[in-house]
Design a protein around this ligand. Structure first.
Ligand code: CP
Length: 313
């Protein structure tokens, strides 16, 4: 079986730390040629700006070529072709498939029928493991460590695949979690049970102010209209949290605000110039993390990355 990345749990703690080390090397030298001759498919069945474009930028900066689509409406999916058949066909043409899909479990289905590695770029409300790697890289960059941090996740914890993956991955680094969400958007019990099984402490609250001043990472998320069963349900909670610069006067000096983006109203624009804001740089880190993910999935060593060796396998 090829080495796919479907869920963040597919990678051990050591593998994650290795990918973060490799990402650091790519930040020093993001232009390398070790994917020369390869073709990568980016199949996006759901909208994306950062994930698709940072993956495609990574493909281009590493010397490979990219094929794919940003919207499946112009593909034979619109004629009724199944996901499995689409993957079986595309995998004939490429060395790896990066895929985003609105259905939970779609990446796993794709990996089961694909002879080439599949990288999950987000499957419904389930997982977003490549976002998690760039989030962890951003945490390391801003805190100098991953261990022993208080991470406050805010907003749509029910449908938010980024918080699902991140809470799982960071649980290997002795965190303390705060989950800030209204009743309708609380962290699903399966993730809380997982944390219980690992004896990770967490607190749930509906108040954004309650733990603002005692966290190291404030991980804001968008309430995702596209996941709600009806507009009425969405309207009830859509602007539940709004972070303004005036609320940040008492926060810890090292505290950084992350957000997978896009944002709607949950972070006011007056926060952007605040030294605690890090979400724009965080999105920039996506390039290095995704270059490192390519190198890991395709078994390129860190020495080759450091030495900028051109490899054509
Ligand atoms: N963070 C993230 O997944 O953004 P996009 O939806 O723009 O890819």
């Amino acid at each position: 079986m090829p080495k796919s990345l479907i869920s963040i749990g597919d990678f051990s703690k050591d593998e994650i730390l290795h990918i973060l080390d490799v990402a650091k090397e790519f930040e020093k030298n993001r232009e390398q040629n070790f994917l020369a001759g390869k073709v990568i498919a980016c199949l996006f069945f759901e909208p994306s700006t950062r994930t698709r474009l940072s993956f495609e930028a990574a493909v281009n900066r590493l010397g490979a070529r990219v094929i794919g689509f940003p919207d499946s409406r112009n593909t034979s999916v619109s004629k009724g072709e199944t996901l499995e058949d689409t993957i079986r066909i595309v995998s004939n043409y490429v060395d790896m498939i990066v895929m985003r899909h609105p259905m939970e479990g779609a990446a796993e289905i794709a990996a089961k029928v694909s002879p080439v590695p599949v990288v999950n770029a987000g499957d419904g409300s389930n997982q977003h493991p490549t976002q998690t790697l760039l989030d962890m890289y951003s945490i390391m960059q801003t805190q100098g460590r991953l261990d022993g941090l208080t991470i406050n996740m805010v907003g749509d914890l029910k449908y938010g695949r980024t918080v699902h993956s991140l809470s799982e991955a960071m649980s290997d680094f002795s965190p303390k979690y705060v989950f800030t969400a209204p009743d309708d958007l609380k962290m699903p019990s399966k993730y809380l049970k997982y944390l219980d099984s690992k004896h990770i402490p967490y607190e749930e609250t509906a108040s954004l102010e309650e733990h603002l001043n005692d966290c190291d990472i404030l991980y804001m998320t968008r309430v995702q209209q596209e996941r709600f069963p009806s507009k009425e349900d969405y309207d009830k909670v859509k602007d539940v949290y709004e972070l303004h610069a005036s609320m940040l006067s008492g926060v810890k000096p090292n505290m950084k605000i992350l957000h997978p983006l896009p944002r709607v109203n949950e972070i006011a624009y007056d926060v952007d110039a605040n030294p605690h804001a890090y979400y724009i740089q965080q999105a920039g880190n996506g390039l290095y993390a995704r270059e490192a993910i390519f190198s890991h999935v395709l078994d390129i060593s860190i020495d080759d990355v450091i030495n900028d060796n051109t490899i054509i396998k």
